[in-house]
Design a protein around this ligand. Structure first.
Ligand SMILES: Cc1cc2nc3c(=O)[nH]c(=O)nc-3n(C[C@H](O)[C@H](O)[C@H](O)COP(=O)(O)OP(=O)(O)OC[C@H]3O[C@@H](n4cnc5c(N)ncnc54)[C@H](O)[C@@H]3O)c2cc1C
Length: 401
């Protein structure tokens, strides 16, 4: 494992850092309560995305003719490492650029690429991913939203859920059932959908944290032209796998407080000498170091031109669980103040309380702990496959409910 940048990598890192320093404040420079939200945040996010695109930092590995930098996977890792040290408002574009647009590039026509890629890259248009339904999450191939062919159009009826950013998105990639007589993985088709058209209704879901980041989305007689299909009819699962592979790369580590932040807080709160706390701190530190070395192994593979494998699933299991545990301990440390979430009056700007409410979601989004453990068991450790009894049965003959 090589921990050091090559000369070229060090040059790229310096260039990236100079650009970031010119446009953003370092993370933590502002107390949490002074960070803007809502429309102000969206305007700042779009502005940052446009600046990144103009300087060709928006998608490092994409070809230059698509507005990318034509850079290496290693440069992409370096950019991610450097940008994460700054207060960069990237959230609204993660799903579009990380999952939807790579799917459009892989399966869309030249017209699709010309129409959608640049506007997504510059932040002008935002995308969402419409896969999960009330009875289809981990088992997304069990979805029921229907598309029926009518002339040159498909007519869509059904409901999606947990769709991040649907309420502010312009377009989405939509996985629907086109053939209920085929086995569940074989009767699906993927489309591009205009989220602002008649019949699409996004209803934000109110979260425990007070946020409204994801939605229920209802489709009532929504018409999509056949020309906005991605991939062949009935091949939607193949298309979705490309999206989900990109999702595992895009939904990585946790953005919340880590062992060093709770250590700093414990010093202020006077609990750093508590031996039970110190034991936990040591465990968090050890797990974080293990994860750091695992990431460096991935980085070394990328640097040698290799493709990292399913071992990437390890990262989210470790960081999301650790985030929940760290926030829980900090809240306990704050005693009765731990119950309150008001950033203006609470210790550490209520960072631990707010992250505590987000952490369980992180353990679910992009694959639950159990699903990721299945992937690690089957594809990293080579253990026998999970039992799958419904793979060959026509979807409309499966027991529902
Ligand atoms: C913050 C957040 C953002 C999201 N954003 C989006 C989005 O933008 N677009 C979108 O389409 N979806 C989105 N989702 C939905 C997400 O993909 C699903 O919630 C996730 O796949 C789990 O599905 P489910 O909620 O239906 O739970 P289920 O699949 O019903 O799981 C329930 C429980 O059963 C366990 N389980 C299920 N199957 C197995 C198995 N085979 N072996 C062992 N245990 C199992 C699960 O681990 C879990 O504990 C988001 C979710 C969250 C939390």
């Amino acid at each position: 494992m090589d921990f050091n940048d090559t000369v070229e990598e060090a040059e790229f890192r310096a260039e990236a850092r100079a650009f970031l320093e010119q446009h953003l404040e370092p993370k933590g420079a502002k107390p949490l309560r002074q960070r803007v939200s809502g429309e102000e945040f969206m305007a700042r996010a779009k502005d940052w995305q446009a600046k990144k695109a103009a300087a060709r930092f928006a998608q490092i590995t994409w070809p230059r003719e698509m507005g990318g930098r034509g850079g290496t996977s290693m440069q992409n890792v370096i950019w991610g490492q450097e940008e994460s040290k700054f207060d960069a408002p990237t959230g609204p574009f993660t799903i579009g650029l990380g999952m939807c647009i790579p799917t459009v590039i892989a399966f869309g026509s030249d017209e699709h690429k010309k129409r959608y890629v640049e506007k997504a890259l510059t932040g002008e248009e935002i995308w969402c991913q419409l896969f999960s339904e009330p009875a289809a999450g981990s088992d997304v191939a069990g979805l029921k939203t229907r598309a029926v062919k009518d002339g040159d159009d498909w007519v869509i009826n059904g409901q999606k859920v947990w769709t991040s950013g649907a309420h502010y998105s312009d377009y989405g990639i939509l996985l629907v059932r086109t053939d209920p007589k085929a086995p569940k993985h074989k009767g699906l088709t993927m489309f591009i959908v205009d989220m602002k058209q008649q019949g699409v209704e996004a209803r934000p879901i109110h979260q425990a944290s007070g946020g409204r980041e994801f939605n229920e989305v209802y489709f009532t007689d929504v018409r999509i032209p056949d020309s906005d299909r991605l991939g062949e009819v009935g091949q939607g699962w193949k298309v979705a796998i490309v999206t989900l592979m990109n999702e595992r790369l895009a939904v990585g580590g946790s953005p919340g407080p880590d062992w060093s932040e709770i250590m700093d807080y414990a010093k202020q709160a006077g609990t750093i000498s508590d031996s039970a706390f110190r034991d936990k701190l040591a465990d968090w530190y050890v797990a974080a170091q293990g994860y750091k070395l695992t990431k460096l192994r991935t980085q070394t593979a990328l640097s040698k031109g290799q493709t990292p494998g399913p071992e990437n699933s390890i990262g989210k299991i470790i960081t999301a669980n650790q985030l929940q545990d760290i926030c829980n301990s900090a809240i306990e440390m704050q005693d009765h103040y731990g119950l309150m979430t008001d950033a203006d009056t609470m210790p550490a700007d209520a960072l631990f309380q707010q992250s505590f409410m987000w952490a369980p979601g992180l353990r679910i989004a992009g694959g639950t702990d159990e699903i990721l453990k299945n992937i690690i068991a089957e594809r990293v450790l080579g253990l026998p496959q999970d039992v799958r009894v419904d793979k060959t049965v026509p979807f409309d003959e499966l027991k529902q409910g």
